[in-house]
Design a protein. Structure first.
Length: 72
């Protein structure tokens, strides 16, 4: 077989309890060596309340945190 590689289309996604948690996820990832793949914000193309952030961890894995709740 082939050695495993980081995939561009594969991502681990975490359901966040609030938009503030999405913001905190993004900040913590960057503070610990991650790279930005899309800062916290609304993505209306996925739904009116789809608030998400995307990062890559230091190993290159793509991670996402998303909240479907309105701002509080």
């Amino acid at each position: 077989g082939q050695p495993a590689t980081v995939g561009n289309g594969t991502m681990v996604s975490f359901l966040a309890p609030s938009r503030a948690a999405v913001d905190a996820f993004h900040a913590a990832a960057l503070a610990h060596g991650g790279t930005d793949e899309g800062g916290p914000g609304l993505r209306p193309q996925y739904g009116p309340q789809f608030y998400a952030a995307y990062v890559r961890d230091p190993d290159g894995n793509k991670l996402n945190a998303v909240c479907y709740l309105p701002a509080t």
